[in-house]
Design a protein around this ligand. Structure first.
Ligand SMILES: [Zn+2]
Ligand SMILES: [Zn+2]
Length: 156
């Protein structure tokens, strides 16, 4: 009796680092090329054509299309804790309240929380630029946008 069949053999053509969508982390990949062989008595004899190329994660074994290599690791969210730590220094260094609030909401705080964080840091008094409409910590005396002298405004 003659036993024959086909078998897919994998060959690693390349390897490197990629962002594995299944592990959600940077992993080592093997760029595999599969070729189907005609086998006789389980011995691969004749290559019968490519079954394609794929990227295999060395950790989870997941197999992906080649363009998985173009995927970038998701950007870490802006560091909210770090931002809150430097909030006072930034506000008193001339960053307008509006910009600081925008940065905080960008980092995931809701608008109310962001405004409260500013109030907690520098109080509710503001110096205002009549030209730009931007508001600043009381320690700031000139507008960093237009360099006009700021006017103080009583707290809310
Ligand atoms: Zn993986
Ligand atoms: Zn201004």
């Amino acid at each position: 009796m003659i036993i024959f069949g086909t078998k897919v053999r994998k060959k690693t053509v390349n390897s490197g680092q990629f962002f594995c969508p299944r592990c959600r982390a940077m992993r080592t990949y093997n760029h595999q090329k599969g070729t189907r062989y005609f086998t006789l008595y389980f011995i691969p004899l004749i290559p019968m054509g490519d079954v394609g190329e794929f990227i295999e994660c060395s950790v989870c074994g997941g197999m992906f299309q080649l363009d998985v290599l173009k995927m970038k690791a998701p950007q870490p969210k802006a560091d909210l804790a770090g931002m809150l730590n430097t909030l006072k220094a930034r506000l008193e260094g001339g960053v307008p309240v509006e910009y600081a609030v925008r940065d905080l909401t960008g980092a995931g705080l809701d608008l109310d929380m962001a405004r409260k964080a500013v109030d907690n840091t520098i109080g509710t008094e503001r110096n205002i630029c009549k030209d730009c409409g931007l508001t600043y910590a009381p320690a700031v005396i000139t507008c960093t946008e237009c360099h006009k002298t700021l006017e103080s405004s009583p707290g809310k």
